[in-house]
Write a protein that binds this ligand. Structure first.
Ligand code: NAD
Length: 286
């Protein structure tokens, strides 16, 4: 009998990740509030549970891929979330590190272990199983879930519980900040009369290169598709987690706050469903 993995949150990331676990031979029982997401798991060969209880019941490992800490907390505190003692919950969402630590203590009182394992790499790497996974937890607990995570990407242990969520938020503060300044540079170059592809080619063999110049601009912005699958509001959430963390530990973060203020203005101006790469459309309107 294959191990049963519950997968809660079958959206842009959770959909392809859960499908990979199905293909790896796990019995995957998933739940999402969206019927379409549940149907996609069933189509991929998994079992779509009609409610949370149905997904959680028989699982030894419960993966969460939900929007944020508030939804994660509401999910594990839901009376239908009846996890047997000894169960391990893996929060792969980009959650808030201090809330994760508090939740681990709360779950431990129910005999349930929480580890964090957020990811970087986006939808394309979720599909290919090449995510960067950063984990937080006790080594023995991480050892229990790493065989599952191995089907989703490459794991690096970051430290105690909450550490994965801390480094994930800090990573996205870097990512959002260099995407915004890349957009500023590209728009300035375009208005000067430079060819955007030539600019990217030069940046990508120069010191200005980044994931923004190597991936986001050529793949999602220049073609005008804005379909990276990572929402602008989710990026802003991560920036706020990172600047909040810096403030809590007394680390200087004036640029992080300035970038977060600009992304906040973009979020207010753009549709709720905007992809994070649409930040350039907000910039161009100024
Ligand atoms: P998404 O909005 O596409 O998916 C979230 C899913 O959770 C949705 O299908 C939604 O219906 C479901 N959901 C919401 N509340 C629920 C509840 N109470 N019970 C069950 N299901 C519920 O978001 P996503 O892009 O898949 O991101 C998920 C997490 O991964 C976020 O924390 C995000 O910051 C992080 N992340 C996303 C990307 C990306 O490129 N999309 C990359 C790295 C990390």
């Amino acid at each position: 009998m294959p191990e049963t993995v519950a997968f809660i949150g079958l959206g842009n990331m959770g959909g392809p990740m859960s499908a990979r676990l199905v293909r790896a031979g796990y019995r995957v029982v998933g739940f999402d509030v969206a019927a379409q997401a549940r149907q996609a798991l069933a189509d991929a060969g998994g079992t779509a549970a009609p409610d949370l209880a149905g997904a959680v019941r028989a699982a030894s490992v419960i993966v969460l891929m939900l929007p944020n800490s508030a939804v994660v907390e509401a999910t594990v505190r839901d009376p239908r979330f009846v996890a047997a003692p000894g169960t391990i919950v893996v929060d792969m969402s980009s959650s808030e590190p201090l809330r994760t630590r508090a939740l681990a203590v709360e779950l431990a009182q129910r005999g349930v272990t929480l580890v964090d394992a957020p990811v970087s790499g986006g939808v394309s790497r979720a599909r290919s199983g090449e995510l960067t996974i950063m984990t937080g937890g006790e080594p023995a607990d991480l050892g229990r879930v790493e065989p599952v995570l191995a089907h989703l990407g490459t794991t690096t242990r970051a430290g105690a519980v909450g550490s994965g969520h801390a480094v994930k938020a800090l990573n996205n503060l870097l990512s959002a900040t260099h995407l915004l300044v890349t957009c500023e540079a590209m728009v300035a170059g375009e208005r000067f009369g430079l060819d955007p592809r030539t600019m990217l080619s030069i940046f990508n063999s120069s010191s200005g290169r980044s994931g923004s110049t190597e991936n986001k601009w050529p793949n999602y912005i220049l073609p005008g598709t804005y379909d990276s699958g990572f929402g602008l509001r989710l990026m802003l959430k991560d920036m706020r987690i990172a600047t909040g963390l810096a403030d809590q530990v007394g680390a200087p973060d004036p640029l992080g706050h300035a970038a977060t203020d600009l992304w906040t203005q973009a979020a207010e101006a753009l549709e709720d469903s905007a992809d994070h790469t649409e930040i350039v459309t907000w910039l161009r309107k100024d």
